[in-house]
Design a protein around this ligand. Structure first.
Ligand code: 5AD
Ligand code: SF4
Length: 345
């Protein structure tokens, strides 16, 4: 952490309001981003293909015990339609995300991946939760190139409390397996969880750096109705969570300059201007939602999710608007991590 201490020696990540160090931190991250990955902002078309989940994470609206969720699985033609839209709008990647669907049909998903690759040429990122090696291998074989699995928090006690039945070791092993199978791997964490300290957040950065990632995202925690954390007790204010998230993004960018890092939807949900702000604090990716509003409306991991009622074109337009307002431009091609540039056509 020495490099980070040099920039912000006494940085309190959870400080309320703008601190004396914030602007220097932002500038250092923005410079690191420009030098390591340039000005292009890559668009990843997000497709939330199933909101079924077997888990009971205390923070998440999709948790299995939440009976208020209308559950769906997008049929393959609907996923393909969303992927085609993503390609037509200039996204280089389709991100297939879901809960930990107990009935996930891996052969079916592999077929969908194959079809997306064949028909659109998009790079495919998978984010369906923890998977056993044979499933990861089958999906890699089908053409998926990237795998996302967030550590959520590096505080093991907090992780176990918030994710009953899960353990951090299994999660890390899953990321390791994915890397061994040739995936570009991504992870990340949430900011402002109840009981999470500024020291926890510092450790998140160190942990993420230690994972030698291709991609990482940090987003603010947003209390969600239908969950045990709905009342927001012990959660910093929305403004503080947004600031803390931006500081975390900056530190991550400085710690790992070549990361592909999104300005997240959670950030935009707490503050509509914050996605653009994220691009000034180290981010170089936006993930506009390509789902049909009829499905994505029910992907309520947290309330008020940005872009939920708009179609793909509106989400894309907002993303490009934010990018161009900063004098940057939407990247072309798959937007692989620079660590894998050799693979880029
Ligand atoms: N607030 C913010 N992010 C959340 N996630 C889940 N629930 C919430 C919430 N209430 C994020 C987690 C998870 C992904 C599916 O969404 O980081 O990995
Ligand atoms: Fe399921 Fe992921 Fe939500 Fe946990 S965070 S309940 S695994 S969708």
């Amino acid at each position: 952490m020495n490099a980070l201490r040099g920039i912000a020696p006494d940085l309190d990540l959870l400080a309320a309001g703008e601190t004396a160090e914030d602007e220097a931190l932002r500038r250092a991250a923005d410079d690191a981003r420009a030098r390591a990955v340039g000005d292009d902002v890559h668009l990843r078309g997000l497709i939330e293909f199933s909101n079924h989940c077997a888990r009971g994470c205390l923070y998440c609206g999709l948790r299995a015990p939440n009976g208020a969720v209308r559950r769906y699985r997008m049929p393959r033609p609907a996923v393909l339609r969303a992927a085609r839209t993503a390609a037509a709008l200039g996204c280089g990647t389709a991100v297939l995300q879901s809960g930990e669907d107990p009935a996930l049909n891996v052969a079916e998903l592999a077929g969908t991946v194959r079809e997306i690759r064949r028909e659109t040429g998009l790079a495919v990122t998978l984010s369906p939760g923890e998977l056993p090696e044979r499933d990861l291998a089958a999906l890699r074989e089908a053409g998926a190139e990237r795998y996302l699995l967030k550590i959520e928090t590096s505080n093991a006690a907090l992780f176990r409390r918030l994710r009953p039945g899960c353990d951090p070791e299994t999660r890390l092993a899953c990321l390791e397996t994915a890397r061994r199978l040739g995936y570009q791997v991504g992870s990340g964490s949430m900011v402002g969880l109840p009981g999470q300290t500024a020291e926890d957040l510092r450790r998140d950065i160190e942990t993420l750096r230690g994972l030698d990632l291709d991609m990482a995202s940090v987003g603010p925690f947003i209390p969600c109705e239908g969950t045990p954390l709905a009342d927001g007790a012990n959660v910093p204010s929305a403004e503080t969570r947004v600031r803390a998230t931006l500081r975390m993004m900056a530190l991550l960018r400085i710690a790992c300059p070549e990361l592909m890092m999104p300005a997240t939807t959670a950030l935009a949900t707490l503050d509509p201007g914050a996605r653009r702000e994220g691009l000034r604090w180290g981010a170089n990716v936006i993930m506009p939602n390509m789902g049909d509003p009829d499905f994505k409306r029910d992907y309520r991991i947290y309330p008020g999710k940005a872009d939920t009622d708009a179609g793909p074109e509106a989400a894309w337009r907002r993303a490009v608007g934010a990018i161009e307002s900063l004098g940057r431009r939407a990247g072309r091609g798959p937007g692989h991590s620079p660590r894998r540039r050799g693979e880029e056509a």
